[in-house]
Structures are given as C-alpha cells and as structure tokens.
Design a protein around this ligand. Structure first.
Ligand code: ACM
Length: 682
C-alpha cells in the first residue's frame, strides 16, 4: 500500500471559523448588531409600495424613492408607485418608514434603526432619517428569490454602528478623479454604510480644487484638472443625500509643491517650482516662520471652510523631511530665537498657528499622526497611518483618533487582512472611557498607481470588509463567511454603476487588441499585482503620466480564483475526498493548456511580452501538479529527478514578471509535495 504523504502543516492550514457567522442564507454586509430570522416571507410584487411617516428630512423621501427604483431595477417588476411624497400611507402599504426627526450629517449623529419584516408588512423605524437610510440599504441586501419569485425573509433587526467614523479617503491629486467617479463611490459607500468621504485635495503632484482667493493655486498647480466650487457643492449635496460627510484635506506644511508653482513665496526654499511628476516624499515645504504664510492660510481657510460644511478639516501634516528647513539660514535663525530644539518643535508651532486659524472659522482639526505633539489641545483628531501605537497612545492621552494603518487599500493586501485589523481588539489596554476616543477608521485610496478606470477595482469590493469591521460587532469575524457575502455585495455595487468588475475585461480588450481575451483572462485571474510598495521599486520608473494600462492594472487584488483553488486544495488534503479531484483537474488543465493559446496573442501584442514567461511557468507547474495527481491516484512512485524538476519549476514561477505574481503556487506546491517520491532514479 502506498504511503499517502500529508505533512502536518497541511492539516492545520485551514481551521474554519464556526463563530461570527451570519445566517447561511443572508447576504447582509455589514452584519447588523442584532438579527433574528423567523419563519415567513414578505412577497415582492408590482403592488409593492413605500410610505414615509413622522418628521423626516426631504432626504428620506428621495432615498426611499431611490430604493424603490433600485428594487424595481433588480426585480424587473413594474411598481405602480412613482415618487414618494409625504402623503398619508394608503391601506396595505408594504414598507412603512418612520422617524422622529430630521437628521444632521455630522459626527455622532444617530444612525440606528430597527427593521421588522413579517409576511404581511415591513416596518423601518429610526430616530432620524440617517438611520432610516442605513436601514434601507440593509433591506435591499435582504432581497431573495425562490421558485415563486422575490421576497424579503422575515427578520427582526436592531442595528447601530460600532464606530461613528467610517471613512474612505480618495486621493484625487496623484491622479485626478472626476465628479462621476466620486459620485459612484459615494453610492458604494452608502451601500455598505460608510459615512465619511475624506477628499485628499492638495499634493505635490496637483492642487485639485478651485480657489477664488488665490486662483494661481489651481490654475498653475493642477494641469487643468481640479474641482470647481460648483462641483464641490454638488459632491457635498450628493453625499449629504446619502448621510455621508465630506471632509477636505489640505496637506501641509509638506506635500505642497503644487501650491508653490503659483505662490513660491510660501515655500522654505527659493523657487521656481513646477508640479511634481514623480512619487515619494519630496523636499518642498511651507515656510512656517513668515507671518505672510499665515496671512495666506487665513484667507485660504476662510474660503475653504465656507465651502465645506463639515465640522472637521484635515491638515495632513505627514512626511515633512525637514530638508528645506535645515537648508534655510533664516529658518534656522528663527528656531534658535524661539528655542526650538528640532524640526518637530517647528512643525508643532506651525500646527498651533494653523489650529488657531481653523478655530477662528469654527472647524476642528484632524491630522496624520505626525501632528501628535503634547502642545496641541485635546480637540484635535489624530489620524493614525504609521502604526496603531499613535492611535492607542492618543486615545490614552485623551485625544480622539481614527485608524488607517492596516486599511491602506492601495497596497493590494487581501480583504481578510483588512477585515481582521480591528481598531479596538479584544485585548486592547484602554479603559472604557479611553476606548470612546477611538472614533473609527478610514480606508485610504492613494492614487499613485490608479486611474479613473481602475480606482473602483482597488477600492471594491475589499473596502466592504473594512466597512463591516467598522460597523458590526467585534465578534463578527468569520473570514469565509465574509468572503461569501462579499461576492454578493460586489454584484450589488456593480448594479450601482461601479466599474470594478466590468473594467477588467475592458483593460484586457485594450491589451489584446482585436483578439479574444478569454485566455488572457484565465492568466490574469491566476495572478495578483505585487503587494505593498514593491511596484514603486521594481525596475520600472513611474511618473504621474506613465501608463496604468498593463496586465498588472487589470489584475485584481485578492484573486477570487486563487482563493477558491486554495480552499479546494486544502479541503482535498484535509478530507481526501476524491470527488474534489475533478475540480482540481479542471483548473490545472485550464492553466496547463492556456499558455499555448495565450502565446499566440502575446506574439501579436507586444505590451503582453512582459508576462510571457510567467504564463509559461504557470503552464509548467500545472503540468507537474497534474502528474502528481495522476501518480497519487494510480499509486505510482515518482522519481527524485521528477521532484527536483518540479521544485525548480515552482521556484522559477515565484519570480514576479510584469509586476504581477502567481497566486496559485502555494496550492500547486501542496499537490506536488503529495507525490510519493522514490528513493533512487528509476
Ligand atoms: C501618508 O500615507 N503619508 C499619510
């Protein structure tokens, strides 16, 4: 009898999560705080109607109408009801929404709601319309089908967020993102109950907002790509309609090259300046020693604080390398005269001056964790990006803080990794009062490596997992169940106009030109872009005008195929279920055979040459895995030299090419190692 070779590490690789799971049939994301499923179904047919009662803002009538249109769009049913108004509900109204007061789109507004569905009626109750709007999203996610048609399952939900600050940062500077991109992402945010859009508006590479007070800011600092005041108002109104705050960030004193193109007198080193075209930390920095700098900022904030109604304004404050401060005689003299011991003291002075200006205009200051200095009052909010230490330390010292470390979605990590990154883990060392200082977190969409065509695929669906982390109770942490629900959320996001799914093939069509993209798609689904900051440092020098249209840009973070194959192989190894072999063979044969077809397309599309050898490697390692399965099934012993060749092929295949890497290699390795290897050459 052949020895079945299953190393121990295979067996411990996939402990399934039995806790923290939703009811198997429900696709709600984020999971509500309390949810009880009962017997019964509310049937949805053409008679479906909605009434709004109580003291609602007009926001709620519009959102209820939008919900009705999304529901008929999804079901294809011709509902009788047109626009929902404040008329008294008719007899037999399907969904009755009631709230006590109009809400305000601000931090700590009550977002709670309760949703009760029975076979005969749906009731959505909330303190204010913002909570009701959250509940409408839950209801839409609850739509199910059976052999009769569409229905909402009978449930009783009581829901409220775990954290009041649940954000998405969009960097519109490194690559500009037009209003349409922002709006569709606001729709997506609302769908998963995020409530803060953080617009990163100014950078070395672009000044992306019109300034009527200092027009050379956007005229000379933006290449013509910026939001006008009218567009900003439009975005704010659109977000307000969905109960989402818009917080602007004007990053300073560093990250400010684009300001200096038109106003070099603000800078610490003499100009002239031009818009930065490379990525990374730059030297240009505001001169914090001149009164003129604060006069300028005063007038600038006067204009911007009038434009943005949110109570909070982000001043950045990150990554000032201090080089231009050290190089300036005047600045060094100023530091000596004021007894500043280092650049941190000087930046702290700058922050205090900026804080005074913001306070004058009634705004609270938010900044990256570099601004966390004991001289600043407790009213500021610390935004932690370099590590969780600042988050916890700030909270301990009585500062409010928000977390983005671990939510850097530009770094191409898995949804799982972000999902398990808890702002307040169970073993946190904070007291209950200190815990309240942790307001929540933000996913950060930095835009060095994205365009308007790829941004959605870098934000979604992974950000829905972060949204759940910030909304749902901490013990909702089942990774498999999260991924199950993420798939349905992803489709619902596409329904809202997000391009994260459809643009993959759009990019592939461009790459393959007139040729069929199916073989290219098979390859792309088996790879992911390289992770972390690797892409910046991998031989390719990127400028802000470099193409982002290669295979790496079509490749998706957190490959579904990779995850599925890995689950399949792990299950096979764990359970030795022979029924799983066919499915494994299906994938391996697909990859094995793919190269000879893809090769024909690569020959005609030079842009694809960079992935040719990786496609070959995928084919080769798949062949070895197939041989291993054959031998395993036939109880045949394979030779040491076979194994050496397979191991060599695996090693070669690990090398990224075209800035993508194969994601199925660990699983293929497990299959190869399953083979029974003989002692000597046959
Ligand atoms: C940052 O990523 N520099 C906030």
């Amino acid at each position: 009898m052949m020895k079945r070779f299953f190393p121990v590490f295979f067996l411990i690789s996939s402990v399934s999560f039995l806790y923290g799971q939703m009811d198997k049939n429900l696709n709600v994301m984020p999971v509500p705080a309390e949810l009880v499923v009962s017997e019964g179904k509310f049937r949805v047919d053409t008679t479906f109607t909605i009434s709004v009662m109580g003291e609602a803002d007009k926001r709620l009538y519009r959102e209820a109408t939008r919900m009705l249109r999304r529901l008929d769009g999804r079901t294809g049913l011709f509902f009788k009801q047109d626009v929902i108004s404040a008329d008294r509900p008719e007899e037999g109204t399907s969904l009755i929404i009631k709230c006590n007061r109009p809400g305000e789109v601000r931090l700590h507004e009550d977002e709670s709601y309760s949703l009760r569905i029975t076979a005969t009626e749906i009731r959505l109750d909330a303190e204010c319309d913002i909570g009701a709007i959250r509940g409408l999203e839950t209801l839409l996610q609850l739509l199910h089908t059976d052999e009769i048609g569409y229905f909402f399952p009978a449930v009783a939900i009581k829901d409220q967020p775990r954290f009041p600050w649940r954000g998405l940062l969009i960097d519109v500077c490194r690559h500009f993102m037009p209003v349409g991109v922002i709006k569709r992402n606001i729709d997506a945010m609302a769908a998963v109950k995020l409530n803060v859009l953080h617009l990163h508006l100014t950078e070395d590479q672009g000044f992306r907002i019109e300034s009527k007070t200092f027009p050379k800011l956007h005229q000379l600092g933006s290449d013509g790509f910026y939001f006008t005041h009218a567009q900003i108002k439009d975005i704010i109104a659109y977000a307000d309609q969905r109960g989402i705050r818009v917080m602007p960030e004007f990053d300073m004193p560093g990250h400010t090259t684009s300001w200096f193109v038109g106003y070099p007198e603000l800078a610490s080193a003499p100009g002239p300046y031009s818009i930065e075209r490379t990525w990374g930390i730059q030297d240009p920095v505001m001169d914090p020693t001149r009164e003129k700098t604060y006069e300028f900022l005063d007038a600038f904030f006067k204009e911007m604080t009038a434009l943005f109604p949110d109570e909070y304004l982000h001043i950045g404050g990150d990554e000032n390398n201090g080089k231009h401060w050290s190089a300036s005689e005047d600045i060094q003299e100023f530091m000596r005269a004021n007894n500043f011991s280092d650049q941190h003291d000087l930046q702290s002075y700058f922050n205090q001056r900026v804080l005074a200006l913001l306070s004058k205009y009634g705004k609270k200051m938010v900044g990256w964790d570099e601004i966390f200095q004991p001289e600043l009052p407790k009213s500021i909010v610390i935004h932690s990006w370099r590590g969780k230490k600042a988050l916890v330390e700030a909270a301990k010292q009585g500062y409010q803080s928000i977390l983005s470390n671990g939510y850097y979605i530009d770094l191409i990590h898995s949804a799982e990794k972000h999902y398990l990154n808890d702002p307040l883990p169970e073993d946190t060392e904070l007291s209950d009062d200190e815990k309240k200082n942790i307001l929540g977190g933000e996913a950060t969409m930095w835009a060095e490596m994205i365009t308007e065509g790829t941004i959605d695929s870098r934000i979604w669906p992974r950000t829905a997992a972060i949204a759940e982390r910030l909304w749902s109770p901490r013990n909702i942490d089942g990774v498999d169940d999260m991924y199950r629900r993420l798939e349905s959320v992803s489709i619902h996001l596409e329904e809202l106009g997000l391009t994260h799914i459809k643009n993959i093939n759009m990019l592939l069509r461009r790459l393959a030109q007139q040729y069929d993209v199916s073989t290219l798609r098979i390859f792309v689904d088996a790879v992911e872009p390289v992770k972390g900051y690797t892409r910046h440092h991998q031989g390719v020098r990127y400028y802000s005008y470099s193409p982002l249209t290669r295979v790496v840009d079509a490749a998706q973070p957190d490959s579904r195929v990779g995850r599925r194959f890995s689950r399949l192989v792990d299950r096979f190894i764990r359970e030795q279920d022979l029924n799983l072999i066919d499915e494994m063979r299906y994938w391996l044969e697909l990859w094995y055979g793919n190269h000879s077809y893809l090769f024909q397309i690569i020959r005609k599309a030079p842009v694809l040459e960079e992935i040719e050898s990786l496609s070959y490697d995928l084919s080769l390692v798949s062949r070895f895995a197939l041989e291993s399965l054959d031998a395993w099934e036939a109880n045949v012993t394979l030779s040491p030299s076979w194994y050496q060749h397979a191991a060599k092929a695996l090693e070669t295949a690990r090398e990224p090419r075209g800035q993508v890497e194969l994601v199925v290699l660990d699983s293929i390795k497990k299959l190869i190692m399953m083979a029974n290897i003989g002692e000597n050459e046959n």
